[in-house]
Design a protein around this ligand. Sequence first.
Ligand code: F6P
Length: 365
Amino acid sequence: MISNKKRRLAILTGGGDCPGINAVIRAVTKKAILEYGMEVIGILDGYEGLIHNKYRELNFDDVSGILTLGGTILGTTNKANPFHYAVQDGSSLRFENRSADVLKNIEALKIEGLVCVGGDGTLWISHQLHQLGVPLVGVPKTIDNDVKGTDISFGFDSAITIATEGIDRIHTTAQSHHRIMLVEVMGRKAGWIALYAGIAGGGDVILIPEIPYNLEKIVACINKRREQGRLFSIIVVAEGAMPSGGEAAIKRIVPDSAEQIRLGGISLILGNQLEKLLGLETRSVVMGHLQRGGTPTPFDRILATRLGSKAVDLIKDKHYGQMVSVAGDHLTEFPLEQVATGPRLVPAGYELLEAGRAIGTCFGN
Ligand code: F6P
């Protein structure tokens, strides 16, 4: 039961999870309680909780000990868009606008502000709710690092740490067996994970969605290595990578999800093609959700704590409709309205791309 006495804020976590979300929940809750004497409400399962009025109070003890914990203690979903909410109707799906339920439930919570922790999809919904009068701010969260308006999102560092470890492990077995090994990492439209983990793991070929690849170029790169006596090669490929003039590999369609297409499988497709062209054995490994699970790196714990702390200040200062963001060394704010003009892609000529080329990395073009 909600009391009438205190100032109050709420927090929700939406979309795919990533390491560091709990560190944000902890920072927001502790700061709101300690610095502003507020009550904190945790909305359960993202916008699903706002539609169905599912929440819990968060006190100091609830958020003690969660700094190092992966996932989100509040739960999340990438299926509950209040403006396009999927309802099973017999064997078919229909979509309803449930934003009125959200507005009613938020009104009843009597909050000063709502902190929405999410990627581009979640933050776009936040923007739409803000336009309907909901006092809210956003916190960017994604392993893909593709949220527009921030130099970096928490979760990314943890993901590249895990992906790099995967590449390192693949390296030794590829070397022993003189094989071509492909490591598929996440990244639908943006190749940040493939680029960073690929460079950190010494990938010989790095394929990202922003640079459509040409099979002949990859073959030439591998053959050149073999001529130099390097009998193995590591290919790091983003799930959204695509051949020049072709399409990304679709793994499945999730009809009741806001973003229905799930990518995946490019490493197997490409591995089979290269095996035929090169006459060499290939093996493919998909890092998948390993990149999203587990404990956040120290960098992500710190970033999440800074962003959570700043989000509470934005609520206190009534800077609604903004996302806390990173610009260089500083935290700043960025209009949620502009987040939807993303995603944030690896730009042509990006310094790390050029550094990779300079040391002989092939980007498939
Ligand atoms: O947005 C993060 C992300 O990890 C993507 O890179 C990936 O394609 C997607 O989420 C997978 O989401 P899920 O399997 O949870 O539906």
